[in-house]
Design a protein around this ligand. Sequence first.
Ligand code: NAP
Length: 520
Amino acid sequence: MGMTMLAVSISGQTSERFGERIRQAVREGAQAVELRMDYLREPNAAEVAALIRRAREQKVSVIATCRDRAQGGASDWPTEQRIDLLEAALEAGADFVDCEFSHYVRQPVQTRLKAALSRNRKARLILSAHDFSGPFEDLNELYESIVTVCPEAIAKLVYTARHINDCFEGLDLLHDADRDVIVLAMGPAGHVSRVLAKKAGGFLTFACLGEEEATAPGQVPVRDMKELYRWDRLDEQTELYGLIGCPVGHSLSPAIYNACFEAEGINAVYLPFLVAGGGPEFEVFLHHVLRRPWLSAGGFSVTIPHKSHALDFAHREGNFVETLPESIGAVNTLKVGFNGIVSGYNTDCAGAMEALTETLGIERHALHTLQAAVLGAGGAARAIVAGLSEVGCRVTIYNRTLSKARSLAREFRCAAAPLEEAGDTTATILINCTSIGMHPNTDGSPVPPEVFGPDKAAFDTVYNPLRTRFLRDAEKAGARTVSGAEMFIRQAVAQYRLLIGSEPSEKRIRDIVFGFLNTT
Ligand code: NAP
């Protein structure tokens, strides 16, 4: 079996529109184009033939498809007419024609297509089946029936992933099949199946030109495939890393890790793993990954809502959990060892402590002479309170929900107060660990501006926007400031070091983070 092709599905109501999009797809790196003739207004054989020839001039493989509505297509033309168009496509030199398996089993369709294919021996048949509602009842059985009816065809099985955990049976089929096969999972939960199709040995995957041009939900833009996920570099050996969370769509981590892999010549890819649900779904996901050594998982970043689930998992099934994540109650880094056993770490705390001390130019142990006001009592606050308590800094936790501040204060032997009282604090360091001020509600601050003065320092864990209202108020009053981006960058460097085992360029990570935040 050859290399997995990167195909772009092209639709449009006119030949001109098709032409433009074919050129764009090829410019962006598509190796094949699927021409969705069902989108054409009133196509005839001549129009289709002209389109196929036009696409072939671009030196890409051409797939002709005329999907019916029942399988996600855009028109309901009679089968006869659709077969006419596929025949015309074959005569004009299409490399592949795609026919729904449910139509192909009908004798007249089969007879006509076989005859057309025998006249165009270089072309191949794709027999497809789609389920937009969820996974197929029995994916392997369906695959077997397709290859039994037509052993020389490429089976194409496309279903909707209701959860990321639905992707694995499709990947298994790709990995285990001893002939050319296409399996893809649609929807946001199926996103990764489109990239991993190459690692698993699929015949091709589909990408789209821009998200708004996708012909099936969850398609990845071809530009992201090529530039972000480094499609051309992926192979069976590629190591797999990623971010487990919900949501994961706006994370900067894929851009950071994949750019570092590219710069350091590492054969690895970092993907966003959208794991919806709670602890049980998280655990099933990890089991799926860990039980498939051929996926070559190297480790994961973990974010909301799974940091405590990651700690539980590492405890139960791992071989090592650092003491710090124990006291924080959260693991944000899961490393998978060569034996498939995981270890749990937390880099948020170190990232925050380094950001604070390096930006303010103070030694870590000097913090024990200082007083800090931590605003918030969620996950970020836990990591920071743990770090500050460790060095003996005197901390008061202010939170909207007082009971949460109290219980966190009890764990780390510090003081607690309601958030409204934070304006009266005498602490010299104020740290915002609430989400107040975060994009898009950028006007908010957890404290009144009067609390700041030249003798104070303000650290905001929020990093989008870079200059939050909290930091702007502090700056105006002459206080020193530390941005959340400093914490984010340092935790990313520490996490990369743990997961990948080499030193990333902090400058590269910094440029990516600031490049993104300055343009949003
Ligand atoms: P979390 O566990 O959900 O905690 C959210 C905290 O914000 C809670 O204390 C909550 O108070 C408080 N809060 C939310 N909305 C509020 C409002 N309208 N008024 C008053 N208090 C409010 O979230 P988290 O993981 O700690 O994250 C908090 C922030 O830290 C986020 O903005 C995140 O971006 C940032 N963070 C940054 C980094 C970094 O590397 N820079 C890393 C991790 C997190 P209640 O207890 O009363 O609900």
